[in-house]
Design a protein around this ligand. Structure first.
Ligand code: ARG
Length: 293
C-alpha cells in the first residue's frame, strides 16, 4: 500500500533516509519565449503573450546556475531547441528515482511533448537508465508534480492539471514508491511546485487554496511546521516555486515578501533571485532546473 492517502498511513510508514540530490540539469533558454498559453500566467492583462527580453532571461538563468554552483552542486547544461520554447523548465520532463533510474514524463500538452527526448538522450549518454511510462499512465510532468520529501524516501505527487491519478497509481502500485497524492484545484497553481515547497524534513511553505480540502488537511497535519503564503503572493511571484538547496539555504523568487520574512524568522538563509522573464511563462527558480542523484 505505498499510496499513502491518510495521515494514519503516512505516520505509520517506515520511511528511510534519502540523500538530497547533488547534481543539477538545466536547459539553456536559447529559444525561450511565450508562444502559446498552457497556463494562466502566459498572457498579460490584455490577453497577449508577454514579450521576453532575451538578454535579461539569459542573465537571470546564468545567475541561478551560478548560485547552484556556489553551493557545490554539479550543474550540467543541455542546449535549448528550436520549437520548444518552454524547454528551459527542466523540472518537468523527467523524475529522477535514484542514481541509476529516471522516469520520462508524458507531457499534458502536445506543445511540450517533444522536449522529453532531449532529456532522455542526456541521461542515456550519462549511463542512467530511462524508463518510459506505460500506456495506462495518461499524463505525468516529472518534478513539476512529483516532489521528493527532504531527506526521506517519500514522494509528494500533485494531480489534477498536468499529472493525473494514473501516474500516482503507477508510481505507488507498480514501482512501489511511497507516494502521497495531493489534489490541485486552482489552475493558477497547475503544478505542485507552484504551490508547495519542502524546505527541510519538517517544514513546508505552501498556499493552501491551491489544494482540495482533504489535501490541505493532510499537509497541515503531517508537517510539524507550515509556512503559509498568501494567495496573491503565491500566484503573482510564484513564491512557492522556491528551491531548498540543502535544508538551510533557500533560493526564492524576488518579491516574495511574506515568504522571505517567514523564512528568516524560521532561521533559513534566503537568497532572492530575479526570475521575472520566466514568470511570464509561469515558472521560476524550482522549475528552471532538475535536481538529480
Ligand atoms: N510554460 C510552462 C508550462 O506551462 C511553465 C512550466 C513551469 N514549470 C513548473 N514546474 N512549474 O508548462
Amino acid at each position: 500500500m505505498p499510496i499513502l492517502k491518510t495521515l494514519e498511513e503516512l505516520k505509520n510508514y517506515p520511511f528511510s533516509p534519502y540523500e538530497a540530490p547533488r547534481k543539477v540539469l538545466m536547459a539553456k533558454p536559447d529559444y525561450y519565449k511565450v508562444a502559446y498559453k498552457i497556463n494562466p500566467h502566459m498572457v498579460d492583462g490584455e490577453g497577449h503573450f508577454p514579450k521576453i527580453d532575451e538578454k535579461r532571461a539569459l542573465f537571470q538563468w546564468e545567475k541561478l546556475k551560478a548560485k547552484a554552483e556556489e553551493f557545490g552542486l554539479k550543474v550540467f547544461v543541455i542546449p535549448g531547441q528550436e520549437n520548444f520554447p518552454d524547454m528551459v523548465f527542466a523540472a518537468n520532463q523527467t523524475l529522477p528515482i535514484d542514481s541509476r533510474h529516471i522516469i520520462l514524463s508524458k507531457m499534458a500538452h502536445a506543445e511540450r511533448s517533444g522536449e522529453v527526448q532531449f532529456f532522455a538522450d542526456f541521461f542515456e549518454n550519462h549511463g542512467i537508465e530511462t524508463k518510459r511510462l506505460p500506456d495506462e499512465v495518461i499524463h505525468f510532468e516529472g518534478t513539476g508534480d512529483a516532489i521528493w520529501h527532504f531527506g526521506m524516501d517519500l514522494l509528494w505527487c500533485g494531480h489534477g492539471f498536468r499529472t493525473d491519478f494514473s501516474a500516482v497509481d503507477y508510481l505507488g502500485e507498480t514501482l512501489g514508491l511511497a507516494v502521497v497524492p495531493l489534489e490541485l484545484v486552482d489552475e493558477n497553481f497547475y503544478h505542485l511546485d507552484t504551490c508547495m515547497c519542502i524546505l527541510d524534513s519538517k517544514t513546508v511553505a505552501w498556499t493552501p487554496k491551491a489544494f482540495s480540502e482533504e489535501s490541505q488537511q493532510l499537509i497541515d497535519s503531517f508537517f510539524p511546521v507550515t509556512i503559509e503564503i498568501p494567495y496573491e503572493e503565491a500566484r503573482d511571484t510564484l513564491a512557492c516555486n522556491s528551491w531548498s538547496i540543502d535544508g538551510q539555504n533557500i533560493l526564492i523568487p524576488l518579491g516574495a515578501k511574506t515568504l522571505k520574512e517567514k523564512l528568516i524568522n524560521h532561521k533559513f538563509i534566503v537568497h532572492e533571485l530575479d526570475t521575472g522573464e520566466f514568470l511570464k511563462a509561469g515558472g521560476s527558480v524550482f522549475c528552471m532546473k532538475l535536481a538529480f542523484f
